[in-house]
Design a binder for this molecule. Structure first.
Ligand SMILES: C[S@@+](CC[C@H](N)C(=O)[O-])C[C@H]1O[C@@H](n2cnc3c(N)ncnc32)[C@H](O)[C@@H]1O
Ligand code: SF4
Length: 456
C-alpha cells in the first residue's frame, strides 16, 4: 500500500510552471503585445518607482567552455574568448537604448550577472561592463551586486575585480559532489574547486555566498544527496538553492542528453531526496525560504522572509523588491510590473538588432486587470506561503478556484480561513500546485504538448 506521502506525490506530480512570472511565458499574449506598449509600460513603471526604490538589472552572459548535460539555461558553448568584447559592447549599447528612454538616470538597486557562465569573461572585460553600466546610472544607497560563478573557472582575479566594482554576493553552481553523477551530467568538479572558490570569496570580503545543489539528477541516489549536503556543511554557504532537477529535453538546444529518462530517480525517490535534504539542512541551521531556497538566519534572505518583504522575480527570490527590472543580453527577460518582454535568444540576431539601434525584444505580454490580481496572489503564495482576497484582490472566478483549494485543504496542504489561505508545512513542496489553482490562463487552455517540468 502507498504511504500518505507517496499517494500525495502521485496525485500532485504533474507538469507545472515554476512561477518566476505570471502569466507564465508560454501564456504570454504576443498578439496584443508591441514594442511601443512595452516601452510605454516601462516608462510608466520607471516614473513611479525609480526615485523611490530604484530598478533591478539582470545581465545574461551566455558563454560556457563546456556543456553540462543537465543544464536548462540559455548558453553557447565555445572556447574562443574573442567572443567576449563584441558581446560586452552590444550589452552596453542595449543599456544605452534603455537609458535613452528614461528622462532621468536609472538608480540601480540590484544587479545580477547570470548565464551561461559570467566567469567565462576575463576580469578586465567584466570590469569594463560594470563601469559602462554604472556610468549611465546612479546607485541606490544599499545597492546589491551579485554574480554566478563557475567553481572550476572563478579565479582570485575575478573575485577581486568584481569586489572592486561593488559585488558582495556570489553564487556557485555545485549540483552534486559524487563522481557517478558528475560523470552523468558531464561536469567534473572536485570538492576542492568549490572550497577554493568559496574560501577565496570569503577572504576577499564577499558577505553572501550561495551554492546551487540539485536533487533528481540522473543516477543520483539518496546517499549521493546526503553526501553532497554533508560536504556542503563543511563550507557552510550563507544561502543554498536546493533545486529540483527540471527535465525539459524538448526545449530547443538545451542539450539535455547523454542519459535516458529511465536513468532519472522515480518521483517517489525524488521526493525522498528532497525531504531528506531538507531535514539535513535544517539540522545544520538552514531555514527554508519560499520554494527551493534555504538560508542561514544571518543572511538577508532569511531576514526578509521573517519581515515579510521577500520578493520573487526572474532571478528567483530576492531580499529587496523593485517594481521595474531590465534584462540585458540574449534571452533576458524584463519586467515593468505592467508588462514583460523577452530578448531574442540567438546571439547573431541580437547583434543585428542592436546594430540597428533596436531593442532586441521578440515577445512579451501586457498584463490586464485580472492578470495583475492573480500575479499578486501567486507572488504572495511563493514568497509568504499565504494570500488573501480582502483588500481588492478579489477576482470573478475566485469561487471556482476555491473549489480546487478545498480539495487541497482536505489533503492537508493548506488551510482556508474566511478570506485567507495559508499553506501548511506539509503543503510547502506543493506550492507550485497551489499556485496552479489560481492560474486561470492555464485552466482555460491546457497545453497541447508538455511545456513545464514536473512539480515534484
Ligand atoms: C547558469 S547556471 C550557474 C552558473 C555557472 N554556469 C555554473 O554552472 O556554475 C545556474 C544554475 O541553474 C541551475 N540549473 C541549470 N539547469 C537546471 C535544471 N535543468 N534543473 C534544475 N536546475 C538547473 C543549476 O543549479 C545552476 O547552477
Ligand atoms: S550549468 Fe553552467 S557551465 Fe554548465 S552548461 Fe549550464 S550554464 Fe554552462
Amino acid at each position: 500500500m502507498l504511504g500518505m506521502n507517496s499517494a500525495l506525490v502521485k496525485k500532485y506530480n504533474v507538469a507545472g510552471p515554476r512561477y518566476t512570472s505570471y502569466p507564465t511565458v508560454p501564456y504570454w499574449d504576443n498578439n496584443t503585445f508591441s514594442l511601443q506598449q512595452w516601452k510605454r509600460s516601462l516608462i510608466k513603471s520607471f516614473k513611479e518607482s525609480n526615485e523611490i526604490e530604484g530598478i533591478s538589472l539582470y545581465i545574461h552572459l551566455p558563454f560556457c567552455e563546456s556543456l553540462c548535460t543537465f543544464c536548462g539555461c540559455n548558453k553557447r558553448i565555445t572556447k574562443r574568448h574573442e567572443v567576449e568584447s563584441p558581446y560586452i559592447n552590444a550589452v552596453l549599447k542595449e543599456w544605452q537604448l534603455y537609458c535613452n528612454l528614461m528622462e532621468t538616470k536609472p538608480k540601480i538597486k540590484e544587479l545580477h550577472l547570470g548565464g551561461g557562465t559570467p566567469t567565462f569573461f576575463s576580469p578586465q572585460n567584466l570590469t569594463e561592463l560594470i563601469n559602462g553600466i554604472v556610468s549611465n546610472a546612479t546607485l541606490a544607497k544599499d545597492y546589491e551586486f551579485s554574480f554566478e560563478g563557475h567553481p572550476n573557472n572563478t579565479t582570485r582575479e575575478h573575485l577581486q575585480a568584481l569586489y572592486d566594482v561593488g559585488f558582495r554576493r556570489v553564487s556557485y553552481g555545485v549540483q552534486d559532489y559524487n563522481e557517478n553523477v558528475q560523470k552523468a551530467i558531464h561536469r567534473i568538479q572536485p570538492f576542492e574547486n568549490v572550497k577554493r572558490a568559496t574560501d577565496l570569496a570569503r577572504e576577499i570580503g564577499y558577505t553572501s555566498i550561495s551554492h546551487d545543489i540539485i536533487f533528481g539528477l540522473p543516477f543520483q541516489t539518496l546517499e549521493n544527496v546526503k553526501y553532497t549536503i554533508l560536504k556542503t556543511k563543511e563550507l557552510l554557504p550563507d544561502r543554498l538553492a536546493f533545486y529540483s532537477y527540471a527535465h525539459v529535453p524538448w526545449i530547443k538546444g538545451n542539450g539535455q542528453r547523454g542519459f535516458e529518462d529511465s536513468d532519472l530517480p522515480s518521483p517517489a525517490l525524488k521526493r525522498q531526496q528532497y525531504e531528506t535534504g531538507k531535514h539535513l539542512l535544517s539540522e545544520v541551521g538552514y531555514h527554508e525560504i519560499g520554494m527551493d531556497h534555504f538560508a542561514l538566519p544571518t543572511d538577508s534572505l532569511y531576514q526578509s522572509m521573517a519581515q515579510h518583504t521577500l520578493h520573487r522575480n526572474f532571478m528567483g527570490y530576492t531580499a529587496s523588491k523593485t517594481q521595474a527590472m531590465v534584462g540585458l543580453g540574449v534571452s533576458a527577460i524584463s519586467d515593468s510590473w505592467y508588462g514583460f518582454a523577452q530578448n531574442v535568444k540567438n546571439i547573431e540576431e541580437y547583434y543585428n538588432l542592436i546594430n540597428e539601434n533596436l531593442l532586441p525584444v521578440y515577445r512579451g505580454h501586457i498584463l490586464n486587470d485580472e492578470d495583475l490580481v492573480i500575479r499578486r496572489h501567486i507572488l504572495n503564495l511563493m514568497c509568504q506561503f499565504k494570500t488573501s482576497w480582502a483588500d481588492g484582490l478579489y477576482f470573478n472566478e475566485l469561487p471556482e478556484v476555491l473549489i480546487k483549494l478545498t480539495e487541497m485543504e482536505n489533503d492537508g496542504l493548506l488551510i482556508i480561513d474566511s478570506n485567507t489561505i495559508k499553506v501548511t508545512e506539509k503543503g510547502y513542496p506543493y506550492v507550485r500546485n497551489i499556485c496552479m489553482a489560481f492560474d486561470l490562463l492555464l485552466q482555460r487552455k491546457q497545453p497541447e504538448t508538455q511545456l513545464f517540468s514536473m512539480t515534484i
